[in-house]
Design a protein around this ligand. Structure first.
Ligand SMILES: Cc1cc2nc3c(=O)[nH]c(=O)nc-3n(C[C@H](O)[C@H](O)[C@H](O)COP(=O)(O)O)c2cc1C
Length: 215
């Protein structure tokens, strides 16, 4: 396995010419570098060490800073500690067999293995049931997305790699049972955090003109 990446490698700085042109403060430069250099790291590329208890607390404080219409907190996160990974592995395996009775032993083993990859693993749960005020589901999902992004960026600022995973098992009854999801709650994705052993080249991002218009 390659050596963990250094901060300077993980959070690439913008070109000096861009910075000078924009006359940005140091804080703005750092924020931009942090945001634009985050990338999804596959869980198989995330190894120990993961975040400490203090750092995990910091990640959740970042989540708590997400925009949240009417302060519903329409989301929660469920940690999957080491001693519970085998239960999740069984859910992944059984959910695969449920939807494909002809799955091979190798496919079942691969499904099981997904539970053991990242040092820090948590499930992001959307809480979409009846609430007062009844903030629309889309707005609640935006809040969850922001909370997830805050966790990813906070982990990135601590020099950890992170990645999201989902798949068909998310909606399985077995997953609901393991995580004790209530009516109106949905398992959205897993958040994986750890030390990144490799990183891909920076992605080409869409240009603002591609997604911005004016009335
Ligand atoms: C809700 C959600 C679920 C995701 N599930 C998966 C997944 O199952 N497997 C995967 O490789 N990436 C998954 N991703 C990550 C995206 O593939 C990734 O964010 C995308 O490729 C863009 O890459 P970037 O995050 O580096 O910009 C998921 C992202 C979101 C928002």
């Amino acid at each position: 396995m390659s050596a963990p990446l250094k901060q300077s490698e993980a959070i690439s700085q913008p070109e000096p010419s861009d910075v000078a042109a924009a006359s940005l403060s140091q804080e703005a430069i750092f924020a931009e570098a942090l945001i634009t250099s985050r990338q999804n790291i596959l869980p198989k590329c995330l190894s120990a060490p993961g975040p400490s208890a203090t750092q995990i607390d910091q990640l959740f404080r970042a989540a708590a800073a997400a925009p949240d219409h009417a302060r519903l907190r329409p989301w929660r996160f469920v940690l999957v500690p080491e001693h519970k990974r085998s239960e999740l592995a069984e859910v992944f395996a059984q959910a695969l067999v449920d939807r494909d009775a002809s799955a091979t032993l190798a496919q079942i083993a691969a499904a099981r293995e997904k539970a053991y990859r990242a040092p820090l693993l948590m499930l992001a749960v959307a809480c979409l049931g009846p609430r007062e005020p009844d903030i629309p589901m889309l707005q609640r999902m935006v809040s969850l997305g922001c909370a997830i992004q805050n966790i990813l960026l906070s982990a990135h600022s601590m020099e950890f790699g992170s990645g999201l995973t989902s798949g068909q098992a998310m909606s399985s009854a077995r997953m609901r049972e393991l995580f004790q999801l209530q009516a109106g709650e949905e398992a959205v994705c897993f958040i994986n955090v750890g030390t990144a052993s490799t990183r891909k080249p920076a992605k080409l991002r869409p240009e603002p003109f591609e997604f911005v218009s004016s009335l």
